[in-house]
Ligand binder design. Structure first.
Ligand SMILES: CC(C)(COP(=O)(O)OP(=O)(O)OC[C@H]1O[C@@H](n2cnc3c(N)ncnc32)[C@H](O)[C@@H]1OP(=O)(O)O)[C@@H](O)C(=O)NCCC(=O)NCCS
Length: 146
């Protein structure tokens, strides 16, 4: 049975780069706060292959100030494995971790327009105006109340 594992940043980086920033150098996939004590990284793997990754970082949510918000970044499923439920598994693992191990109230993200459907299915609310992130295209903000 597959399970979501909490791992170090260097474990999630290769898939994060391959899926989300393939046209940029590998360094573009290193987040400055990757190794901060309250950051965390998650993945699911099958037969030794990492299929989906996601990371969370302590970062306030301007649209709805709360005591503690975490930001979801680097949510990525291996291209050939999209639509098989691995994204759901990993994001549910993140939510479970935040509920059990932290007092986080909001999980938020800047979601790619192409991923709105996924986040909405997972219970996120997409809010505000669309904005462009250089090299990465149009986004909107999404949040999930824990
Ligand atoms: C977004 C992403 C992480 C979802 O992961 P996944 O492993 O495909 O997710 P799942 O298979 O668990 O999909 C869960 C549900 O969301 C739906 N879904 C997934 N991606 C979707 C999308 N882009 N638009 C609409 N619905 C989507 C699936 O159809 C599925 O619905 P179902 O349960 O009715 O079948 C994955 O598509 C991906 O890596 N995309 C490219 C990178 C990206 O855009 N990442 C997000 C950056 S903000």
């Amino acid at each position: 049975m597959l399970k979501v594992e909490k791992v170090s940043s260097h474990v999630v980086r290769p898939l994060r780069h391959k899926v989300l920033r393939p046209n940029l150098p590998l360094e573009a996939s290193i987040m400055p706060t990757d190794d901060q004590h309250d950051s965390a990284h998650f993945m699911v793997k099958k037969s030794g292959n990492i299929l989906c990754v996601a990371s969370i970082y302590y970062e306030s949510f301007e649209a709805m100030p709360v005591k503690r918000a975490m930001r979801l970044r680097g949510m990525a499923t291996e291209a050939a494995e999209i639509g098989k439920g691995y994204g759901t598994m990993v994001l549910n693992g993140v939510i479970q971790y935040l509920k059990m191990e932290t007092d986080t109230e909001i999980l938020w993200c800047n979601a790619r327009v192409t991923a709105f459907g996924f986040y909405e299915k997972m219970g996120f609310t997409i809010v505000g105006k669309e904005f462009a992130i250089p090299n990465l295209g149009p986004h909107k903000t999404g949040y999930f109340k824990l």
